[in-house]
Design a binder for this molecule. Sequence first.
Ligand SMILES: Nc1ncnc2c1ncn2[C@@H]1O[C@H](COP(=O)(O)OP(=O)(O)OP(=O)(O)O)[C@@H](O)[C@H]1O
Ligand SMILES: [Mg+2]
Length: 332
Amino acid sequence: MTAPAAAPRTGTRPRDAAPGDQGPEIWCEDLVRVFSTEGVEVQALQGLNLRVDAGDLVAVVGASGSGKSTLLTILSGLDRPTAGSAVVAGTNLLTMTAARRKHYQRDVVGFVWQQTGRNLLPYLTAAENVALPLVVARTVRRERDREARVAELLELMDVADCRDRLPRELSGGQQQRVAIAAAVANRPRVLLADEPTGELDEATSAQVLEAIRHVNRELGTTTLIVTHDPSVAEHVRRTVQIRDGRTSTEVLRRSTVDEHGREQLVAEEFAVLDKVGRLQLPREFVESLDLRDRVRLGLEPDHVSVWPDASPPAAPGAHDASGTSGTSGDAR
Ligand SMILES: Nc1ncnc2c1ncn2[C@@H]1O[C@H](COP(=O)(O)OP(=O)(O)OP(=O)(O)O)[C@@H](O)[C@H]1O
Ligand SMILES: [Mg+2]
């Protein structure tokens, strides 16, 4: 694994950009969510920073219990954070009124949940499930126009042949693709998906991820997929890792052309730096150098070095994390 560089994209919004339509499509700063049950407090989110630009497709990955669903439930407007800021498509999620919340959930964001049964009404056909949000929001009033829109969406998701079937007559992958069609029916600016492939096998998961990519590309919907499945990361350009309720690292994938004209996919890992300069070192770095309690830092012309506290003493310019003078060495 190469040394992660400081991430340029996650974290704080430029100071001069006011929350609103000019800012990123999803923006969270210092997001905290504390659950209290029977006197026990669980800090599900511990100062999470995340920035997603309009039109991006981003995967948030992390171990079970790292706070992924908590983040998505907040972004979908179903839950409020304990502290911090969250702005999605110009809507401030902490201050929105009940009326605004209704509009937000109906028209601004679409969601797809892991449990296929939670996404679709079991007694409606695929076409009726996709038409439902259009009827509820009264976005397409004429029945003929509605039918055309439903047909277009089912076609886009490659499930046109399923239009008259009930959810129980569809495979898990088909159900999720119909669910995506329903989620984007009202042209939401943002699509949120919590483990959309969690109940599917590998081949079906790949089809559903491709369907999500298709929506992102064709409709320009900003998309956030939350998953504990690291293979999802291979399908998206940007993956943000959550650890203990905080964004810790992110991987950006881009294609380059080598000297023989062949396209190659390059993945670069970055550590996320918050606005006061904190970052999480990858666990394997910490373990491999047995870093603990405190470390020595060195400022070099083009990088910062980190050494175990037990390193031999001092070269100029190096100091430990608390700011006192210390040791130098090449840890890059
Ligand atoms: N409503 C709740 N009440 C109390 N604790 C909660 C609640 N929801 C989540 N938590 C706790 O918050 C932490 C984060 O949970 P969350 O569901 O966000 O994790 P996750 O990353 O989605 O995990 P998984 O991959 O298993 O779905 C966990 O410790 C969980 O037990
Ligand atoms: Mg979850």
